[in-house]
Design a protein around this ligand. Structure first.
Ligand code: HEM
Length: 252
């Protein structure tokens, strides 16, 4: 009996740690990455030569050179994989955090799980489409950083990926909104997880702040998407950086 109690206590402790790591991984680095990724993409809307600012943002990231892939794997993919696996385990074993939703906000509880799964499918599609692996699908494998003419190739090729079929932008909108809701609502629940917001009044106040954050991030994400959806590659070629941008159609 005593042995059983010790065993239960240590598995509870282990589970507590896993849940804390799940929460932490959703915030840092995955949540921070999502914010920075959408903000960098929104630089396509910046004034000045079309796509020039976005080109600079992408080049700053690629300045890491051979370190970029290991940094992405350790800093983004492994934490995201961990968060996803534990997330699916939480969903399918029904280990709920229903106590986080004291006002019967069952909709948000369900939406948190649904948006996690939609974000998972979307992230797989997005990574696949933007890299060489996706060459066979509409808009797939187009992304390129440098153009032979030195123009804003990153913006031109991202726009080509988004504009390749009518349904791609709506798919991106669903993916972006799901990920943003998941993060904003997740920040709200994580403040409870970490014992920061305990009283109902504080939780209500943090609800307003998280809603404002979510609306802002949704505007940034959808703004970026609209920027690529309406990006005019021909105009960028003429007014861009003074260099000629080879048409994406002829290169792919
Ligand atoms: C866009 C990428 C993602 C971000 C930024 C993110 C972020 C977060 C955050 C901050 C939380 C709150 C943690 C807490 O309450 O302490 C959370 C919860 C959760 N996430 Fe994610 N997440 C992402 C992707 C995913 C994916 C792909 C899944 C897979 C299904 C998932 C499943 C879950 C689940 C089930 C919860 C609720 C956990 C609970 O009720 O305790 N998430 N996420």
């Amino acid at each position: 009996m005593a042995e059983h109690q010790v065993e239960t206590a240590s598995s509870d402790k282990y589970y507590f740690l896993v849940r804390r790591l799940h929460s932490l991984s959703g915030l840092i680095p995955v949540g921070v990455f999502l914010f920075m990724h959408l903000a960098a993409n929104a630089s396509v809307l910046a004034p000045g030569p079309p796509g020039a600012e976005f080109q600079k943002s992408v080049e700053r990231i690629h300045a890491l050179g051979p370190l970029l892939v290991p940094v992405e794997i350790v800093g983004i993919f492994i934490p995201l994989l961990f968060h996803t696996l534990v997330g699916f385990q939480i969903i399918f074993t029904g280990k709920s955090n229903a106590q986080h939703y004291p006002y019967g906000a069952n909709i948000r509880y369900t939406l948190q799980r649904a948006t996690g799964m939609i974000a998972f499918v979307f992230i797989l599609y997005h990574v696949w489409q933007m890299h060489w692996l996706g060459k066979g699908i509409p808009g797939g494998g187009k992304f390129e950083l440098y153009d032979t003419g030195g123009g804003p190739a990153a913006a031109v090729t991202t726009a080509a990926a988004i504009q390749a079929a009518w349904y791609i932008a709506p798919l991106y909108a669903i993916g972006i909104l799901s990920a943003v809701f998941h993060l904003a609502n997740g920040i709200w629940t994580s403040l409870i997880t970490w014992g920061v917001t305990i009283r109902p009044k504080t939780q209500r106040a943090s609800g307003y702040v998280c809603t404002a954050f979510g609306l802002l991030l949704a505007a940034i994400g959808l703004g970026a998407l609209t920027g690529f959806r309406t990006f005019d590659a021909q105009k960028a070629a003429v007014t861009g950086t003074g260099h000629t941008v080879t048409s994406v159609e002829t290169r792919h």
